[in-house]
Design a protein around this ligand. Structure first.
Ligand code: SAH
Length: 370
């Protein structure tokens, strides 16, 4: 989409403009990006930070994704699948902690059958006021419709990268079923789900051009929720093993998987999608335990997803090693996060925290939005 002539000087978010910002390294120049992202966040989604309780329901997975520690070929993992009563108890804990929604996330696990998830969703809807987000990978339209009918409100499915060649390399198809996550997202939107997606920053083989396209794609598909976190190598996977170097793009093209690049991606995502819900991700908090959560909230994010998975399972949901907060109880996580949010002068959002599509309150931000 061409940049409109009246766009704010310096914030022309066409492909070249986004790429130039992504590659900017001068801290003084970047101050403009940080303050613009924070301003747009404040004017479109306000000071409330919504908390979503994350329940990691299963670590079984049939996929062979080259980036994820839960991939089917990973050995030495003690796999688990929570039972419906355990999942419901986590949802009740989330309610007790004051969270307005829960996210049921897992590997792509056929053991999480259509009926299993429908029963769980109905029970949570019956017993709690929570909004429910599912994040269970690529599933049939029959499953997705049944879960929506049972009461699921939202679905998270990251497209991981908009580069089709890189995507096919890192996310092999299931035999005979071409993976098309964007198509699934669009079908889910038609079913009435709020849709979430996102990418990893610094995947081996990811170029600056591709990352700039990712951000434009969030905007062009009018995504409701967008998660952006650094790629963190897992030694259980090809992209984190001894041969990982073979997957890298040439040095000038390869996006680094560092905090600064992740924060630039997040800030630009906020500018491109002013009213989206954007989390401060656990992956970023894992890279920078001291300041990762806060820096994301200061540079565009308005959501945090505290983990409410029972501790014995949490360490076993090892997408990547060294995950932040892996040994903190749900109550400790809540106290820690609420403290961090209040110290930033922000408020905890109550209620489900759905996307609130804004009309153009803020014309300068909207110049490059449309
Ligand atoms: N099975 C579900 C949920 C996967 S976990 C699905 O495929 O959608 C959720 C997200 O974690 C993934 O979409 C991916 O973006 C991220 N992730 C996986 N492996 C990662 C890694 N090594 N580093 C950083 N993020 C990772």
């Amino acid at each position: 989409m061409p940049c409109r002539p009246e766009a704010r000087p310096g914030f022309c978010l066409d492909h070249a403009g986004v790429k130039a910002w992504l590659q900017e390294r001068d801290p003084e120049v970047l101050q403009d990006l940080w303050s613009e992202a924070d301003r747009v966040r404040k004017s479109h989604v306000g000071d409330e930070v919504h908390l979503r309780g994350l329940i990691e329901v299963s670590s079984h997975c049939i996929r062979h994704c080259l980036y994820c520690g839960l991939r089917a070929p990973s050995i030495g993992l003690e796999r688990y699948r929570m039972d419906p009563a355990e999942i419901l108890a986590c949802a009740q804990e989330a309610t007790r902690l004051g969270y307005g929604s829960v996210v049921l996330q897992g590997g792509e696990d056929p053991g999480l059958t259509r009926d299993f998830i429908a029963v769980v969703v109905r029970a949570i809807k019956r017993d709690t006021p929570l909004a429910i987000t599912l994040s269970l990978g690529e599933r049939s339209d029959g499953d997705l419709r049944a879960w929506r009918k049972a009461g699921a409100d939202r679905y998270l499915l990251r497209f991981e990268t908009s580069d089709p060649v890189l995507y096919r390399r890192i996310h092999p198809d299931l035999p005979g079923i071409p993976s098309d996550r964007l198509a699934q997202l669009m079908r889910m939107r038609d079913m009435g789900y709020e849709i979430g997606t996102g990418v990893m920053v610094g995947i081996p083989g990811q170029t600056w051009d591709a990352l700039a396209f990712d951000i434009l794609r969030f905007r062009d598909f009018d995504i409701d929720m967008i998660g952006v976190g650094p790629f963190l190598p897992s030694p259980r996977t090809p992209l984190g093993g001894p041969d990982a170097g073979a997957y890298l793009a040439p040095p000038d093209d390869q996006v680094p998987n560092d905090e600064l690049t992740t924060l630039k991606t997040l800030a630009l995502t906020r500018l491109a999608c002013p009213d989206a819900n954007i989390p401060s991700t656990t992956a970023l908090a894992t890279l920078d335990r001291e300041r990762g959560r806060e820096l994301a909230l200061l540079r565009g994010a308005n959501v945090v997803m505290p983990n409410v998975t029972p501790l014995p399972y949490r360490a076993r949901y090892e997408i990547y090693p060294g995950k932040a907060c892996v040994n903190e109880t749900a109550t400790a996580c809540q106290g820690c996060l609420e403290g961090r949010i209040h110290r930033l002068g922000r408020r905890i959002g109550r209620g489900p925290g759905s996307r609130n599509k804004t009309l153009c309150k803020d014309l300068t931000a909207c110049d490059f939005h449309h």
